[in-house]
Design a protein around this ligand. Structure first.
Ligand code: FAD
Length: 380
């Protein structure tokens, strides 16, 4: 067992941190206030290789692994969770579904563009009537000659309005339940496909969350992604990796909330001393630091399993469940340590408090993570 990062991993963390503090930090509150999607910054992350961390160089990726991917998402989210979720949905949902299930042609056509930021990707599993129960999706795909015809609506799709390509799951055989779902690639500007409502959100406001609407949308037969009927199974495999990215998103925001609370507690004086000298504040800081460390270890274990080609369903869910709940607790204590100043927008505490809540919901709620973990525990 090795708990040390390599020199390259330290260097990656340092360079992402320098980038986020220089290029993202000055704009965070403005982007949040007006819900501005930071397209240029995302494109720049693509040029830096941070949209293709987990893909091989021959497909335009950085040829790194999930440990490095976690480091990158954590560092982006330490400054802005919106950037973290944009990169996470793009990479481990859209691009990775193509990487895991795509044909060689599909991979060559899409991954290099997605990995370098030429394309932005979205992934649509959720529908208005099917969230946790993703297997009950209603959107349909009907084979007509050399084409598929898509009809239905996906909801809450991260990057939806900015996506050059979307991976969506639709029913191809309604008698076969989860074995009747298939995945499809839909290019922007395909007739019959358009992004719909842009959600106005509590947090992660600079990320885009959109409906994707399909009305007699005709796509060629070769846009089927993976085998017909394997869409749900492949989506679950995709989520094994995706949940590691939500754990990393949680970790980054928890770390940001903790660091700002630590700094503030040393500056703020009450009763003639820094509030960090009160034991009540020290215990909060100690709990935050300990839980963040534990969450990081769980997340890195899941990442390491992925990097070694091992199944990580249980470990990814444990990391996602624990890290997201830690992030919510840390953001809450972060506001508390700031007192009234935690409630106003001059300090980052309130934004972390709003942003972290998504982590216990997206890519499977905490309740669903417990269900996934319990199912694995009871299997043997
Ligand atoms: C900002 C944001 C970004 C998102 N990005 C994407 C994306 O890019 N692509 C995508 O496909 N989806 C995305 N989602 C959707 C997200 O994954 C779903 O919101 C989530 O899976 C929960 O589904 P739901 O909202 O329909 O809640 P529901 O499933 O309706 O759940 C409501 C409540 O019931 C509980 N519940 C449901 N079933 C059970 C059960 N069996 N046992 C116990 N409790 C249960 C849930 O835990 C929750 O507390 C995003 C959502 C948000 C808010």
């Amino acid at each position: 067992m090795n708990f040390e990062y390599t020199d390259e991993q330290h260097q990656l963390r340092k360079s992402v941190r320098e980038f986020t503090e220089r290029e993202i930090l000055p704009h965070v509150m403005e982007w949040d206030e007006v819900s501005r999607f930071p397209l240029e910054t995302i494109k720049e992350l693509g040029r830096l290789g941070l949209l293709g961390t987990i893909f091989p160089p021959e497909l335009g990726g950085a040829g790194m692994g999930y440990i490095e991917y976690v480091i990158a998402i954590e560092e982006l989210s330490r400054i802005d969770g919106s950037v973290g979720i944009i990169v996470a949905a793009h990479t481990s949902l859209c691009s990775n579904h193509i990487f895991l299930a795509g044909t060689e042609e599909q991979k060559k056509k899409y991954i290099p563009k997605l990995a370098t930021g030429e394309f932005i990707g979205a992934w649509g599993l959720t529908e208005p009537g099917s969230g946790s129960d993703a297997g009950s999706a209603r959107m349909t795909a009907v084979r007509k000659g050399d084409n598929w015809v898509l009809n239905g609506t996906k909801t809450f799709c991260t990057n939806g309005h900015y996506a050059d390509v979307a991976v969506v799951i639709a029913v191809t055989d309604k008698t076969a339940h989860t074995h009747g779902l298939s995945a499809f690639l839909v290019d922007k500007d395909t007739k019959g496909f358009r992004p719909g409502k842009k959600e106005n959100k509590l947090g992660l406001r600079a990320s885009d969350t959109a409906e994707l609407i399909f009305e007699d949308c005709v796509i060629p037969a070769e846009n089927l992604l993976g085998k017909e009927g394997d869409g749900f199974i492949d989506a679950m495999r995709v989520l094994d990796g995706g949940r590691i990215s939500i754990a990393a998103l949680s970790l980054g925001m928890a770390q940001g909330a903790y660091e700002s609370a630590l700094k503030y507690s040393k500056q703020r004086k009450q009763f003639g001393k820094a509030i960090s000298e009160f034991q009540a504040i020290q215990w909060k800081l100690a709990d935050m630091a300990t839980e963040i460390d534990a969450a990081r270890l769980l997340t890195m274990r899941a990442a390491s399993l992925k990097d070694n080609g091992k199944k990580s369903t249980q470990e990814s869910s444990m990391a996602k469940l624990y890290a997201s709940e830690v992030a919510v607790r840390c953001a809450n204590e972060g506001v508390q340590i700031h007192g009234g100043y935690g409630f106003i927008k001059d300090y980052p505490a309130e934004k972390f408090y709003r942003d972290v809540k998504l982590c216990t919901i997206g890519e499977g709620t905490s309740e669903i993570q417990r269900l996934v973990i319990a199912r694995q525990l009871l299997k043997d």
